[in-house]
Design a protein around this ligand. Structure first.
Ligand code: IDP
Ligand code: MG
Length: 149
């Protein structure tokens, strides 16, 4: 079982897409085991996007991510990291397939609605940044259903 870090970015929240995006995650069969709705602190945004610190879009990206509320999630399931990358779609909306979140809802790379960790290592790092030691829910498989414990 894997855990991954997902963020519905400020544009997704402002556009009223939170419910649709949560629904896609649930209908896919993944479990939401952590949720935090807040304006991200600048230090956390900088740490989260540290790999892009030298890129020309970094300052604008941090400004945008900290400008308004975003929804941070921890999502759990088999192959959750890979599956959430495919549910989100390609980084550049022009390359994102229809049926993906970015393919259906985004036009600009800088306003691409969602984030998902790109590897298990990134997921662990990002969950630590945004959830620290906060307790996450757990769930168990029960017959054909998945139940929270
Ligand atoms: P990812 O979100 O699909 O993992 P990354 O390449 O890690 O994509 O980039 C992180 C985020 O930085 C992107 O989701 C996007 O919002 C933003 N970004 C990436 N490249 C550009 C760019 O060329 N211009 C503006 N924003 C960008
Ligand atoms: Mg990335």
């Amino acid at each position: 079982m894997e855990r991954t870090y997902i963020m519905i970015k400020p544009d997704g929240i402002a556009r009223g897409l939170m419910g649709d995006i949560l629904s896609r995650i649930e209908r896919k069969g993944l479990k939401i085991v952590g949720m935090k709705f807040a304006v991200m602190e600048e230090a956390k945004a900088k740490e989260h996007y540290a790999e892009h610190a030298e890129r020309p879009f970094f300052a604008g990206l941090v400004d945008f991510i900290t400008s308004a509320p975003s929804l941070s999630l921890v999502v759990e399931g088999k192959d959750a990291v890979k599956i959430m990358r495919s549910v989100n779609g390609a980084t550049k909306p022009a390359e994102a397939a229809p049926g993906t979140i970015r393919g259906d809802f985004a036009m600009d790379t800088g306003r691409n609605v969602v984030h998902a960790s790109d590897s298990l290592e990134s997921a662990e790092r990002e969950i630590k940044i945004h959830f620290g030691n906060a307790a996450l829910l757990s769930y168990k498989r029960c017959d054909d259903d998945y139940l929270y414990e």
